[in-house]
Structures are given as C-alpha cells and as structure tokens.
Design a protein around this ligand. Structure first.
Ligand code: NDP
Length: 496
C-alpha cells in the first residue's frame, strides 16, 4: 500500500490523517495470524506536529481555563459513548491482543467506570486554603494543569492503560500526545473518535501511532512535553526516565512487578488455590500485577502445589472467540520467545518444572503465540526465576516457615507493585499487609482494583501513582499562592 492510500489513523490537531514517512503496519491476530486491520504510523515529523499542536493548544490557555465541571461533563459523555459502543471496542481489543472477548468486555466496564470516576472528580477540589497563623496574610494552594503530557502505553490492557492516563489529564485541563503500543492501536483510534464526538476541542488530544524507539522516544526527550507518563517494561522505563532528565520533565512510570501471593496454612484451601490460578494465569500472565510468585507456608506446600498443578493442567487455551477457552495466546512471537527463554533459564538454574514449559500441541495452536500454563517449584530465593518478570503464564513457588519469613521472602524483589495475603487469621493478614513493600496488597483476594484507590509501585515498579485522588495529582501542579494582606517595605536591610 502506498502512503497515499494509507488509512487516516493519526489524529493531529483535530484532523484524521494518513501516514507521513512512517508508513503503514498490518496488525495480525496473536491467536491465528489473520489480518485484523491496517494502520498508518507516524514518523518524527508527525510526532513533532502532534507535540506542536498540543503545546499551542495548551499555551493558548482556553482549554486550561475551561471550567473543571465542563471538562468533567465531557468525560461523562465519553463514558456514555464507551457504554454505547462497547461491543465494537471489545471486538477491536480482542482482535489486536488475542484476548478472550469476554475479558475485553469486562475491561470495557472498567474503562467506562474510569472515565466516569474522573468525570466526577474533575470539579471537586479546586484548591485548599492554608492557615498561615497570621491575620495579615492569606495562603492557598491552587491546582493547575501540568501542561502537555506525552503518554506511552503498552499492549496488555491497551485501552484501560490509555484510559488511566487520558481521563485524569482531561480532568486536569492538560493537553496530550498519545502513543499506544504499535501492536495494539485499534482501541486508541476508537477512543480518539469518541473524544472527538464528545466535543474535545481540536489540539487537546493527539494520537500518533508508531514505534517506541522513534515516536515514543521523541515524546520522552522533547522540550515541549511537560510530563511523560509511561506504562511498560522496566528497561524501557529506565531509558524514558533518563531521556526525560535532560529537560527535567515530570515523569510518571508504571513498570510492572514480580508480585508475591503469600498463602498461609490457615487459609481456606480451595479459595487460595483458585485465586492462585487466577492471579497468575489470567490473560496468560500478561498482567503487571500478576501473582507470578506463590509464597506458600511449608506445612501445606506439597498438598497445595499438587492441587495447583492438577488444576493448571485443566486450563483450556484458545482464541478470543472460542467460548470454551479460559485463557489465550501471548501477544507476539517475540514475547513467546522471551517467555520460553525465561522458563529454560529458570530450569537451568534448578527450578523444578512441574507442568507446562512448552507450547501446546495441535493444529489449532499452530499459527498463534500460545504457551502452556507453567508451574516452577522449588525456586531459589533471589534466583533469576523469582526476580525477573516473565510476563507470561509462569508461576514460581517458594516456601516459608512463619510470618517473618513470609514477609522477608515476599519483599525480596526490586519490584513493588502488588501482592496478596491469604489467611483466615484477619489480624495476621493485616499485619503482613502492612509490612509488604508493595503499592497494592489484597487480602484473600487478587486483582480487584478501584479507580478511587491509588495504583502505583514501590521500588522499581514505578514513579507516581495513577487513579485515586493522587491519580489526578500526577496530571496537576499544586501551586501555593500566599498573599500578604498588609504589604509594607520589608526593611530587611536598613540602608545605613
Ligand atoms: P515496552 O516497555 O518496550 O513497551 C511499552 C510501550 O513503550 C510501547 O508503546 C512501546 O512502543 C514503547 N516503547 C518501546 N521502546 C521505547 C523507547 N525506547 N522509548 C519510548 N517508548 C518506547 O514493552 P515490551 O512490549 O517490549 O515488553 C517488555 C516487557 O515489559 C514485558 O515482557 C513485560 O515484562 C513488561 N511490560 C509491562 C507492562 C506493564 O503493564 N507494566 C506492559 C507491557 C510490558 P512499541 O510497542 O512501538 O515498541
């Protein structure tokens, strides 16, 4: 396809446009390799134009000075459109990711809720008055937009990750340039159409598709971007933070985790096994908060792992529209290769492969990037298998003796995104939850998230927090305004 015939999938300054020199990309289903769609990608020039549009629109001041209530209403209209068109969005998401359609449909409910939440939050807190302790002065903190946001999002929950950035940015009065993963652009395109329909002014939201090292990297280094918000891998996150340092821009990073799922012997056995499976194998483990490390008490280790392996071998794998399937393929051939290599290295190091560790057999899997749910037992603390993310359907098992031991092992990671504690002793579970150095801790549960509660990582899992009240905070500046109510010459220097 020549660039003249390329689809209009770049959205810059309120206009849909074809590819510049970036060319076109075919998006193929990870489930069977069939062609899903064709999109235009931007190059550095397109990205420059998008940044310029966002900068000019922000500096003009009209958008930033709209009423926060109006921006909130716009987000509520977007939420309504997402509900109205959820079937189209879910199908597009499953097409790009290979994710089961039912999961994409569930994601749509979370995405619409995210826009609704930030729509309602937008106008709530315009600022705070600060007590100066003096009748002769007046101080207040005013929340203002950060400016132009660069947003780089990954492929595992493509639209949800976009929603977590776009909704608070609009609520705060920022403008933005969004670059979704090159593997999963379809729902970002649909979202930009929804924003347009809901009345987002031209130049406020801009979409540039393209490769990370070109388009994404330019957002991170560009002097006209005030905040770079990134969700993805640790190594990419480090390079983005380093580029951002050159212009001292604000940085928000969510970089995944190696999340411990701590199971005490007094936990309800069936519940804990069931959650342990869901925690790690949901969406084939391609979840930043996946419970990829089972940390189980010695007393029940054998029985627990036997049952877990028995259940793992029953998991049904298939494509997005296969009603029988419980989980789907990995995102790409490259990622399949990475997960396979991860397991091979773990086994080489001494992990005991209890099940999985290979691709499933059969014609129906031949053209997809499938990998069997895998359990690696007896992994050594601090080993590669438990410190590095596989981001695939791979569970490692570590043992602990008592409460202190559980906390020590669960915290022995350079990540700190999420974790869980299973126990029927509520006091013990709360104690352990307090001591876990992870941004979110679930007790007798796994994976629920609430837009109204903070989401972010300790340690190398990230910088800043998304969602919650603080989620809007990432996209706002808090300006302290102090007024002297009796201005007089200060006479600091007496002039003699
Ligand atoms: P990346 O971190 O490379 O990709 C995430 C996003 O960053 C994509 O939009 C990507 O664009 C973009 N990107 C890539 N390189 C650069 C760059 N140099 N500058 C700016 N943006 C860039 O993730 P991968 O897909 O390579 O996955 C690697 C690992 O990251 C996974 O195995 C997993 O461990 C982790 N990961 C974590 C996620 C999370 O939710 N925290 C989500 C996805 C992955 P493009 O797609 O065009 O390359």
């Amino acid at each position: 396809m020549s660039n003249d015939e390329s689809p209009n999938t770049l959205f810059i300054d309120g206009t849909w446009q074809p590819a510049g020199a970036g060319g076109v990309r075919e998006i193929r289903s990870p489930a069977d390799g069939t062609l899903v769609t064709t999109v235009s990608e931007g190059d550095r020039n397109d990205t420059e134009r998008a940044i310029h549009a966002a900068r000019r629109t922000f500096d003009d001041g009209t958008w930033a000075n709209t009423s926060a209530w109006d921006r909130g209403d716009l987000l509520l209209r977007v939420s309504d459109i997402l509900v109205r068109d959820q079937a189209e969005f879910a199908r597009a998401e499953s097409g790009d990711t290979g994710k089961r359609l039912v999961e994409s449909e569930q994601d749509m409910a979370d995405i619409a809720a995210c826009f609704r939440y930030f729509g309602k939050l937008a106008g709530i807190n315009g600022g705070d008055v600060v007590d100066t302790g003096s009748p002769d002065s007046f101080s207040r903190v005013r929340y203002e937009p950060v400016g132009v946001c660069g947003m780089i999002t990954p492929w595992n929950f493509p639209l949800l990750q976009v929603a977590w950035k776009v909704a608070p940015a609009i609520a705060a009065g920022d403008t933005f340039v969004l670059k979704p993963s090159e593997l999963t652009p379809s729902t970002a395109i649909l979202l930009m159409r929804a924003l347009d329909e809901a009345g987002l002014p031209a130049g406020v939201g801009n979409l540039v598709l393209g490769s990370g090292p070109e388009t994404g990297a330019l957002l991170a280094e560009h002097r006209d971007i005030d905040l770079i918000s990134f969700t993805g891998g640790l190594h990419t996150g480090r390079s983005i933070a380093a580029s951002a340092a050159a212009t001292v821009k604000k940085v928000a990073l969510e970089l995944g985790g190696k999340n411990p799922n701590v199971v005490f012997a007094d936990a309800d056995f069936d519940t804990a096994v069931d959650y342990a499976l869901m925690a790690v194998f949901l969406h084939s483990g391609q979840v930043c908060s996946a419970g990829a490390r089972l940390v189980v008490q010695d007393d029940i280790h054998d029985e627990f792992v036997d049952e877990l392996v028995r259940r793992t071998e029953k998991i049904r794998i298939g494509g997005p529209y296969d009603e029988d399937a419980e989980t789907g393929p990995l995102i790409s051939a490259a990622h399949l290769e990475k997960v396979s290599a991860h397991v091979a290295k773990a086994v080489e190091e001494g992990a005991v492969l209890r099940t999985g560790g290979r691709r499933p057999e059969g014609e129906r899997y031949a053209n997809g990037h499938y990998y069997l749910p895998t359990v690696l037992d007896e992994v050594a603390q601090g080993s590669y298998a438990v410190t590095e993310e596989s981001f695939g359907p791979v569970l490692t098992v570590e043992r602990f003796t008592d409460e202190d031991d559980a906390v020590r092992i669960a915290n022995d990671t350079h990540y700190g995104l999420a974790g869980a504690v299973f126990s029927s002793d509520v006091s013990k579970a709360q104690r352990v939850a307090h001591r876990l150095r992870h941004g979110t801790v679930w007790i007798n549960d796994f994976h629920p998230y609430l837009p109204q509660a903070e989401w972010g990582g300790y340690k190398q899992s990230g910088i800043g927090r998304e969602l919650g009240r603080a989620g809007l905070g990432e996209y706002q500046e808090a300006k302290h305004i102090h007024q002297n109510l009796r201005p007089q010459p200060p006479r600091w220097f007496d002039g003699r």
